[in-house]
Write a protein that binds this ligand. Structure first.
Ligand code: GLU
Length: 260
């Protein structure tokens, strides 16, 4: 049985105005349920709480104040989870929410408890759905981006693979939005030897850019976990990732140079 952590960004699960992209979330839940039917164990790390909450409060931009963003996250997380729960249930899957903060994951006892909860959910065939607890996390203890959080989660559950689905279809040697000659790098054997200039996020609601994705691949890799970065536009790409035919970038874990 393979254990997969899938991370989806705000740009994958939300429309530009922050409202939930129901068609895409539905498609994602359907594929996840189907992969579960094939005996994969899946953990989903999802962003989108602040985007969904901002939209639901009738705001066009995410609130500037910390408390405002925390309120948006509180409203949005509730909505987001309810959507996942309903779609997954319609495909026969149980789900359970795990909201994490950095201080808990960095505390030995907190970490032990969280890992036990993951294991208990997976044992009961439920899909753990994870986000940062944005409504209580303060600046000093915040991950801030779910790319990093997804790598931490992948380490907690000893995943076989971390998949990051994003609005970009992989790592390029140059910024593809600025340079039409940019080439997709399909395999990164050693992330420490990468020689590219990674960019920060440009989207209104999400916070992760390429920098945080590389950081996530580094954390996962240091713990023996490969990372695959691909576009989340069509969630059916998850099937191709499982049979090694997907467009994207595979980051091999340290010392895992099976393609040498
Ligand atoms: N936790 C944030 C949210 O749910 C997203 C962080 C990120 O964009 O990575 O809105």
């Amino acid at each position: 049985m393979e254990r997969i952590v899938i991370k989806v960004g705000t740009s994958t699960v939300c429309h530009k105005n922050g409202a939930p992209d129901l068609r895409r979330i539905d498609a994602l839940c359907r594929v996840i349920a189907d992969l579960k039917n094939e005996n994969y164990e899946i953990v989903l790390v999802t962003s989108g709480a602040i985007g969904v909450g901002t939209n639901k409060m009738g705001l066009r931009k995410r609130p500037k104040s910390m408390a405002g963003r925390q309120a948006a996250a509180a409203i949005g997380q509730c909505e987001l989870m309810s959507i996942y729960d309903r779609f997954l249930l319609s495909y026969g899957c149980l789900s359970g929410q795990i909201l994490l903060t950095k201080d808990i994951t960095e505390d030995a006892k907190g970490r032990k408890n969280v890992i036990a909860t993951f294991e208990a959910l997976l044992k009961r065939h439920a899909i753990p759905i994870v986000n940062e607890n944005d409504s209580v996390a303060t600046e000093e203890i915040v991950y801030g981006d779910n790319d990093t959080l997804s790598a931490v989660v992948a380490c907690f559950v000893k995943a076989d693979l971390l998949i990051i689905l994003s609005d970009i279809d992989g790592l390029y040697d140059k910024d593809p939005s600025a340079d039409p000659n940019a080439q997709l790098i399909s395999l990164v054997k050693d992330i420490s030897k990468l020689n590219i200039t990674a960019t920060e996020s440009k989207s209104e609601h999400g916070t992760g850019g390429m920098i945080t994705k590389l950081h996530a691949a580094e954390i996962a890799g240091a713990n023996g976990i490969n990372t695959f970065l691909a576009s989340g536009k069509n969630p059916a790409i998850l099937y191709s990732i499982m049979d090694n035919s997907a467009k994207g970038t595979l980051f091999l874990a340290g010392g895992n140079h099976e393609n040498d």
